[in-house]
Ligand binder design. Structure first.
Ligand SMILES: C[S@@+](CC[C@H](N)C(=O)[O-])C[C@H]1O[C@@H](n2cnc3c(N)ncnc32)[C@H](O)[C@@H]1O
Length: 293
């Protein structure tokens, strides 16, 4: 049975907040990644993040050894370039930024989007995620086509972006990036390693990531396999009221998790985007963290 703990109990690891995002990504955990990482055991072996997205927890933890995986190839191209050639990531951004500033903003944005849609790639995705509307890149479920319009804000200047690249390059220097389905990444974890899962668990997120139907049941099986090998697994689950009821219906195998933590995450980015124009004064939500240990 899951044991509920109030936030603040049994913090294992002290992790400083790191709120500098490299990528803007729907569902990113940047603002409270340090609260999540605080529940990881001390002296962990290798850190695995199989649903990497913008890697908020990875960047905050800055592990000595890590593996970051994601099923979305253009996204992993960005991480791979960051690891092997940070100068290339800077160049990708700076070229697109300068064309954007030199020309008509929307036209230039649409050009990058068209190039991405003609051949999905990391270089264009990087600029789209920094400059699109609401900082939330969306993809059509059917074919992964990007439909997000140009943002109203100015994307950050290359000088400041370059500084972020340097910081993230340092923080992820011990991490290998892989384009892989989560189960392949998790299969590699061994005794005393930590796996942090932040899956696209809700219907709305499936649409936003252009992901295929995601089976939580399958994920629970893979988590159980990890646990039986002595791997520590932490799983984030949306804690909004709506999905709170959803959580009760999840096929969580008996005894799989030992603790459930409510992480304070302020306002949900996804809800804010969907409820544009509405007041969200009472929308303070919690993110749930389930721990196998
Ligand atoms: C909720 S997001 C992760 C957000 C991340 N924690 C952050 O801070 O940005 C989920 C990620 O899982 C990826 N994903 C979806 N299905 C996957 C699968 N079957 N295997 C691996 N990654 C997958 C998506 O591309 C997306 O980047």
């Amino acid at each position: 049975m899951i044991q509920s703990l109030l936030f603040g109990d049994s913090i294992a690891c002290s992790v400083k907040p790191f709120k500098t995002q490299l990528l803007k990504w729907i569902g990113n955990k940047q603002r409270f990644a340090h609260e999540i990482a605080a529940y990881f055991p001390l002296n962990l072996g290798t850190y695995f993040e199989p649903f990497l997205g913008s890697g908020a927890v990875l960047g905050t933890l800055a592990p000595k050894r890590g593996v970051g995986g994601d099923g979305f190839k253009p996204l992993i191209e960005i991480w791979d370039a960051l690891s092997r050639s940070p100068g290339t990531v800077k160049q990708w951004y700076s070229e697109r930024y300068h064309s954007f500033k030199a020309g008509e903003k929307i036209q230039q944005f649409e050009k990058v989007k068209a190039a991405y849609n003609a051949g999905p790639n990391g270089a264009d995705l990087l600029f789209l995620c920094r400059s699109c509307y609401g900082g939330v890149v969306r993809f059509r479920q059917r074919d992964g086509y990007c439909s997000t319009p140009c943002g109203i804000h100015d994307p950050i200047h290359p000088d400041s972006f370059n500084d972020r690249v340097d910081q993230w390059h340092r923080r992820t220097s011990g991490t290998e990036f892989v384009h892989a389905n989560y189960d392949q990444t998790m299969q590699r974890a061994e005794r005393n390693d930590v796996v942090y899962c932040d899956p696209p668990y809700t219907h709305s997120q499936n649409i936003l990531y252009g992901a295929q139907a995601f089976s939580l049941k399958r994920l629970f099986n893979v988590i159980a396999e990890c646990k039986s090998r002595g791997v520590y697994v932490a799983l984030s689950i949306d804690g909004t009221k709506k999905t709170g009821t959803f959580l009760c219906k999840l096929p969580i195998p008996e005894g799989l998790f030992k603790r459930e933590i409510f992480v304070n995450c302020g306002r949900s980015m996804l809800r804010r985007f969907q409820m544009a124009g509405e007041s969200l004064e009472n929308e303070v939500v919690h993110d749930r963290l389930l721990l196998t240990y």
